[in-house]
Design a protein around this ligand. Structure first.
Ligand code: HEC
Ligand code: HEC
Ligand code: HEC
Ligand code: HEC
Ligand code: HEC
Ligand code: HEC
Ligand code: HEC
Ligand code: HEC
Length: 247
């Protein structure tokens, strides 16, 4: 009768098991820190080590002692739950020596979108913007006070609402013209735009004021014969007024 031979994989598994068991015993004997288990299932010495670490954050309450006006402003605003140090970084050193360590303020356009940049995972209704499209090129603080970020109610610039037109004009031959040189805009249009509409040019003569042969405008402005130049049409049937092209 042939001797029973154990299958090769059982032998391998048994060896692996023996090695792991030996490893575990060695680890328990030599590698587990001494203070492990003293108070519970963790390393008791860790508590003392953490206690010796330097404190970097001062907390929200202490700032009030010296920056009462700002703290009060923020308390009433929509940023009431955003801690001072979320924007100004850890400032414990500043509280110790206010004149020696001056905290930084995030003045660049990159910072605020960390919270306000469009992200579909944010809660519904959370105020969001697409930074590349929202008033590009200007610091957020020119329009929003960081300690009291109310929405500006009266956007003083046409571009706040007519962004596409204003960026088109900005790269066109009409770049130097104010919007209001062609549109009469009632004050109320800025707050209730549909209730008080702006006026648009109505006639060929309007453009003729600058472009007609007889116009008293600066010499470099290209001229046309107002009566011969496609006289049966309005100028903007052919030339987009916010980006007129002739060639
Ligand atoms: C003991 C008083 C004191 C406390 C507490 C204090 N500050 Fe100040 N802080 C000052 C003084 C004084 C200045 C002006 C320093 C200067 O301009 O020379 C200042 C300036 C600042 C500035 C201005 C930096 C800039 O760019 O102009 C910021 C930001 C600031 N503190 C943030 C904080 C924050 C956040 C806290 C709370 C963690 C805080 N401070 C707590 C006294 C204090
Ligand atoms: C949402 C971010 C944000 C929060 C929260 C915030 N700050 Fe500021 N803080 C700024 C920015 C940005 C500036 C720079 C403003 C500027 O240059 O117009 C600034 C400027 C300052 C200044 C300089 C003086 C000034 O008014 O321009 C001080 C002082 C200051 N902050 C203190 C505080 C304190 C104290 C708190 C908490 C009560 C706080 N900040 C909360 C963003 C923030
Ligand atoms: C740590 C996150 C955080 C940062 C950083 C932050 N914000 Fe906010 N912001 C908030 C929260 C939270 C609200 C309140 C949202 C709400 O009302 O639901 C808010 C509200 C706003 C609003 C809307 C106010 C309104 O009336 O509806 C504006 C505007 C705003 N922040 C601008 C800024 C600007 C500018 C900066 C940079 C200086 C900034 N935020 C930085 C969290 C942040
Ligand atoms: C030229 C002025 C201007 C600048 C610069 C500007 N904003 Fe605004 N922002 C506005 C106006 C006006 C509104 C309100 C009208 C609107 O909805 O467009 C607004 C609205 C917002 C809102 C609220 C959106 C909502 O759904 O309620 C947030 C958040 C905001 N801005 C953040 C920023 C941040 C962050 C920056 C800098 C990257 C910035 N803004 C730069 C003028 C500005
Ligand atoms: C608060 C937002 C807002 C601001 C700021 C604003 N507009 Fe408007 N504007 C509108 C809206 C909304 C309409 C109506 C669009 C529609 O009916 O489709 C409009 C319409 C217009 C029209 C077309 C009127 C028509 O009869 O078709 C002109 C021209 C115009 N605006 C010019 C301007 C100029 C120039 C400025 C700056 C001085 C300006 N707007 C500032 C929101 C605004
Ligand atoms: C050279 C004169 C001129 C200038 C400068 C000008 N516009 Fe116009 N705009 C017109 C004319 C003409 C129309 C009518 C076009 C039509 O009816 O097809 C018009 C139409 C509009 C309309 C109606 C919608 C549309 O696209 O036709 C809006 C809104 C508008 N302009 C806003 C502005 C704003 C904002 C600025 C400044 C950034 C501006 N315009 C600068 C001449 C001008
Ligand atoms: C206040 C004066 C003024 C008014 C009003 C005006 N323009 Fe112009 N226009 C200019 C200036 C300035 C230029 C650029 C001249 C240059 O290239 O140096 C220009 C350039 C042009 C060009 C040539 C573009 C090119 O490719 O060289 C056309 C076409 C034009 N305007 C059409 C119009 C039309 C259509 C209107 C009426 C809706 C109008 N303009 C109203 C001042 C005006
Ligand atoms: C039927 C289309 C059409 C109409 C309507 C029209 N234009 Fe033109 N315009 C053109 C074309 C095409 C050119 C370029 C070729 C040319 O000079 O005929 C041009 C050229 C121009 C130039 C440039 C001239 C130069 O020397 O560079 C100006 C300025 C101009 N138009 C202004 C106007 C004004 C102002 C009106 C309204 C009074 C108007 N156009 C109406 C089609 C039109």
């Amino acid at each position: 009768m042939k001797k029973m031979k154990l299958p090769q994989q059982i032998v391998s598994l048994a060896i692996l098991f023996a090695v792991l068991l030996a490893g575990l015993i060695t680890a328990r004997m030599f590698l587990i820190p001494k203070s492990f288990g003293k108070y519970g299932h963790y390393r008791a010495d860790a508590v003392d080590e953490i206690k010796t670490q330097e404190i970097n954050y001062a907390g929200a309450i202490i700032c009030e002692e010296c920056h009462e006006d700002i703290a009060e402003q923020k308390e009433k605003s929509n940023h009431r739950n955003v801690a001072c140090e979320a924007c100004h970084g850890p400032t414990a050193a500043h509280v110790e020596a206010p004149d020696e360590f001056i905290p930084t303020a995030p003045r660049g356009r990159g910072y605020c979108p960390l919270c306000h940049g469009y992200d579909p995972s944010r809660p519904t209704g959370f105020p969001q913007i697409i930074a590349e499209l929202h008033n590009p090129g200007k610091a957020c603080m020119t329009c929003h006070e960081p300690h009291n970020p109310l929405l500006p109610h009266t956007p003083e610039e046409c571009s706040a609402c007519h962004r596409e037109i204003s960026s088109t004009k900005r790269i066109s031959p009409h770049e130097s013209l104010e919007c209001t040189s062609c549109h009469t805009v009632p004050e109320q249009h800025l707050t209730s735009p549909r209730f008080a509409l702006a006026q648009k040019p109505q006639s060929r003569e309007f453009c003729g004021d600058c472009h007609a042969k007889s116009a008293k405008s600066p010499k470099e402005i290209p001229r046309i014969d107002l009566h011969a130049h496609y006289e049966r049409y309005l100028c903007w049937d052919c030339h987009y007024p916010h980006h007129p092209e002739a060639r």
